[in-house]
Design a protein around this ligand. Structure first.
Ligand code: C2E
Length: 351
């Protein structure tokens, strides 16, 4: 059982835990971002727990943990992130219920309107001259009853109208929250979670249709050095700039996301390898030819370049394998001098 980090942070060991966390982050060579701090704090607080063991395993395999991996660790292991996902799922469910309630209200409203017009017609016919006294009394009673029901129906309609607009307001609000939950705040691209969902969905679609699917990973070159030189604020602007080029060129039905830190990815459903290669080449080229300035001092920020790894999915290939092959292609681009696209096509990974 994970010790409650929030309680530890308000106890005698609070600063000890904070210092041990920073030391562990430095030892594992990860950026001291707020997210990493939270992840490593949970790992330090529970050194034998699943999170700490997973970090140990990752370090043994890769020797380094990227920000994309940190994002994954957060979603998988941090209680708040999990809660976030659960809230999203509850939102989905609520949305379905609201749809159901709205259509039920609309139906009730329609039948109330229909009933009202039937009553109006009956009322008109009943008021025609009739000879028999008994019949006239019956008609009179019916007429009064009709008028009462009509008045009640009118107030029911008003209530239904109010409920419908309240439900619609709730739905709109929920949609906004859901959009925020699936969008990366800095770049407005899709975030990691919605990338994961889209990848599953688009791979299933490719399996069904037999159409091609390509996947690109894009990483800003020397970003760490860039951040150290110009500071985090300028680093963020560069991330936003790269994201804006990617988002513009990789519009829907392509799916572009911030994969984590300075890494982005694009899923290309149903496009030939040649077209996909041209598109990522255009992204790489546009980024590398734009002159960026540091806004506070107007200094030239130098060349911003990206390296790209591209892979085409083989039939029924797992998501894990596709990402791994694109990652390997990305490292190929880095090894061969950066600012380039490496397409591994459908080649399997070297073992
Ligand atoms: P932003 O600063 O919010 O700018 C959004 C968009 O407004 C830019 O999209 C661009 O179309 C326009 N814009 C803003 N400032 C200027 C300007 O001084 N001149 C011109 N011609 N247009 C301007 P864009 O170019 O795709 O950039 C997206 C984001 O990338 C920007 O968001 C900013 O965060 C970053 N960025 C782009 N260029 C630079 C730059 O030279 N220096 C820095 N520090 N950041 C930049």
């Amino acid at each position: 059982m994970t010790p409650d980090v929030n309680s530890l942070l308000r106890g005698l060991q609070a600063y000890q835990l904070g210092q041990a966390t920073l030391a562990a982050m430095e030892r594992d060579q990860v950026w001291p971002t707020p997210l990493n701090y939270e992840i490593w704090m949970h790992a330090v607080a529970n050194p034998d727990g699943p999170l700490a063991l997973e970090i140990q395993r990752l370090l043994e395999v890769d020797k380094m943990i990227s920000e994309a991996t940190s994002d994954r660790l957060a979603v998988e292991f941090l209680p708040n992130k999990r809660l976030h996902d659960e809230i999203r799922e509850a939102g989905d469910q609520l949305n379905k219920e609201l749809d159901f309630v709205t259509s039920a209200i609309k139906k009730a409203q329609q039948s109330s309107l229909d009933y009202n017009s039937t009553l109006n017609l009956a009322d008109q016919s009943l008021s025609l001259d009739v000879e028999s006294k008994t019949l006239r009394d019956v008609i009179k009673n019916l007429s009064t009853a009709t008028e009462t029901v009509r008045t009640e129906n009118r107030s029911l309609e008003l209530m239904l109208e109010r409920s419908t607009s309240e439900v619609q307001r709730l739905q709109f609000h929920l949609e906004q929250v859901r959009r925020e939950a699936s969008t990366d705040a800095l770049t407005a691209l899709a975030n990691r979670k919605s990338f994961d969902d889209a990848m599953v969905h688009l791979c299933e679609q490719a399996d069904e249709t037999g159409h091609p699917l390509s996947f690109a990973v894009i990483d800003i070159d020397f970003f760490k050095k860039f951040n150290d030189t110009w500071g985090h604020q300028t680093g963020d602007q560069v991330i936003r700039f790269v994201a804006s080029v990617i988002g513009r060129i990789a519009e829907s039905p392509r799916f572009a996301a911030r994969y984590g830190g300075e890494e982005f990815c694009i899923i290309f459903p149903d496009e030939s390898a040649a077209v996909v290669e041209q598109v990522v080449e255009a992204i790489r080229e546009e980024i590398s030819t734009r002159m960026l300035k540091r806004r506070s001092t107007n200094e030239d920020l130098g060349m911003i370049t990206v390296s790209v790894g591209l892979a085409q999915r083989t039939a029924k290939e797992t998501i894990h394998s596709l990402i791994e092959r694109a990652d390997a292609a990305l490292y190929g681009s880095k090894r061969n001098g950066r600012n380039r696209v490496t397409n591994v096509g459908t080649a399997p990974l070297d073992q």
